[in-house]
Design a protein around this ligand. Sequence first.
Ligand code: A3P
Length: 320
Amino acid sequence: GESIPAATGEAEDDDLASLPTREGWWTTFVLYHGCWLSSPTATSVSLVRAQFAPRHDDLLLATYPKCGTTWLKALSFAVANRSRHRVAGGDHPLLTSHPQDLVPFIELPYRHLHPLAALDALPSPRLLCTHMPPQLLPPRVAELGCRIVYLCREPKDVVVSMWHYMNKVGNGFFLDLDKAFELFVDGFSLFGPIWDHCLGYWKKSMEEPDTVLFLKYDDMMADPAGHVKKLADFLRVPFTDEEVGAGVVEEVVRLCSFEKLSRLPVNSSAVVDRIGGRPMNSAFFRKGKAGDWKNYLSEEMANKLDAVIEEKLKGSGLTF
Ligand code: A3P
């Protein structure tokens, strides 16, 4: 069924004005189906839920913010398009385009300014990205069985990465680490609580392993080549023996590495004028290491977040 129309009508939950709100980050956040969103993002998500038309062969990259979205976009783009764009080719799109621009987000803070029609115009199979937790995805995504690659990360590294990022892109907004940490541990962060986000996709991946591939940033760091192969299998473009023998897997790893991407002019520039009002290109590349939290969080903070995460994930089988 390629001719399934977009969901129409108003979603039942779209009375955004009546949602619980909370202050603390750069703008008012609203609690939408158990997920904290900035008001512009809530408007966007609501629009997406009412109007986005998934296709059965869509491939969704889903992440909690700061878990390695940029990396996953680069890897998936390189793998999925390697018949068109030779990975080692001197004209590979990743050499001149920001990974964020090669795989579009379904929801954007200012989606109403950037019509969803742009996504309708993309040829199948589409590679799309989202920060939405599973309960916010348009219901058609599950009905059609769209495949999802989910990437999460050690929460202590996420809060440190997020803190740096928010202060870099917040347009004058500044929060000290103690305060940002407090909000995060309280479950109050963009697209948070983080534990509900991870757990939602974790459960889906347990129930439907063929539909949801669940990945962790630290594991990818430890074995990028193994994960690139896994990704290719899941995207249904497995590497041939010939490709493996020719070192294409390693070429993908190298092309998408932090070292390579972060040094490219396109990714180190301070370009701010971006689709959807996204921040400067370089903001998506900071350190790209597992365990950098050790340089920022006190032992007490680390223990506190560990305890909350352990409690929230108890019995799920998911650990960090
Ligand atoms: P750090 O702040 O810890 O360095 P997102 O892409 O979801 O916004 O996540 C950003 C985080 O991923 C940042 O983490 C960033 O440095 C890191 N990152 C960006 N590109 C990467 C890459 N190619 N490989 C590994 N990590 C990368």
